[in-house]
Design a protein around this ligand. Sequence first.
Ligand code: GLU
Length: 512
Amino acid sequence: MSVRVRFAPSPTGNLHVGSLRDALFKFLHARHEGGVNLLRIEDTDRTRYSAESEAEFIETLKWVGITFDEGPHIGGPNAPYRQSERKAAGIYEGHIQTLLAAGHAYKAFETPEELTLMREYQQINRLPTGYFGGDWRDATAAQVAEAERAGKAFVIRQRIPRDTTIAIEDAIRGRIEWDSNTVDDPVLIKGDGMPTYHFAAMVDDHLMGITHIGRGEEWISSAPKHAVLFDQFGWQRPVFIHYPVILGTDRKKLSKRHGATRVLDYRAQGFLPAAILNFVALIGWSPGEDREVMKREDLIAAFDIDGLQPSSGIFDIEKLRWMNGVYIRETPLDDLVKILTEYVCDPVALQYLADPGEEKAAARVDVLPQLAMLRKGLAEQPEYAKAAIGLEQERVHTLTDFGEATAFFFVEEPEMDEKAVSKWFPQPQVPELFDHLIERFSSVQTSSSEWCEMLVRDYAEKKGFEKLGPVVHPIRVALTGKTVGPGLFELMSVLGPERMVGRLTRARAMVR
Ligand code: GLU
């Protein structure tokens, strides 16, 4: 049977890393097996559902390149794909009647106050909390009819079998067993007639031909109810796969402290979708052989549910930064220029960077003016900007980093690092060195990196320097204001003679 999987979010807020990871595993599984990946919106809790959130889910999934074969945004043979619409179409009604008629479900008429009392009683007496039968599991038909006649509100609960063992075969964890007396009778239909997740999701999984239910580990305790529901309907159970929980590097629950955020915020922070996809795939899944850098196609080719780990997945933002740098370096320069041009003009990213909210670290440099310079550079001196980007491509981790990295290219007078200036400019060789370079650069139109290198090496040799340091460091500081940066000779070539003369002349004035 061909693999059919579904991502079935309840869109109530932003799409975070955990949900993205779940969606990605299913996508990779479906694509690896040549199966079907389906999107279903679980919106039966109408008080929490948000259409904006659904739109964000769809946008985020599209951005990272997770595609679907069926879903509310593209249609398909199992439409509708929103559970509220399925409810309105009457899809669940017949199924609940089937369960009621077979005695696998029953109406329970407790009031909210009665349920609260029940829970308090269980807590005080250290009993398992939940509804294990109350007054209604074994009520007679006459009692139920009377309550209904009296117009009492009710929910419909699943009748979990008692005094037996419920077992599932989890694809990652193997056999998991429960004493059925510890599994409470969940609500299937709420007082307002809306189905719960326990009911709607399982009915839909069956109707949509889902072969594997992949979901977070937090759903394990619901699995016996779901497995039993399939049995009660006489349907074949899908394979359950419970993905490992995601923790931060300190092994605590993942939170903003770990740099985990809304996925679209990573876009604003200058991360590339391919890096996000690669990074997220490796949280709780391993392709083996220590492979790490894997593009979408590599991930699809390698993905196998056997590679899913039962132990928790670790979210390490530093690893994401590193990986993003790898992807930036692997991007052909022309493509990178296009990506950066879009990025520095993206109002959403700029708005986020202007006010990133709680995460804004005190020490963070304000990148907006630098990104504005890059934007101007790209528009007014595209070839020069491209060359500058090409040089810094080796050194940055995010698109945002290009702001700071390329700033010195676009300013008339680079900001001088005081420490660097006081270390290198007072040295005795410096005035003559600068004079020499100013003279040479004033007489040429272009300066290839080879020529610059020859010039510097010849000068160092002629002046008897054994090492290049005392010559190249002052030059770098004069040209960029900094002691670190891309290769000096490439940098000189990109700046060109005219800019170098300007910068060296200003530096020369500082050493007089
Ligand atoms: N709507 C559920 C959630 O968002 C889906 C869980 C599942 O995949 O079965 O958590």
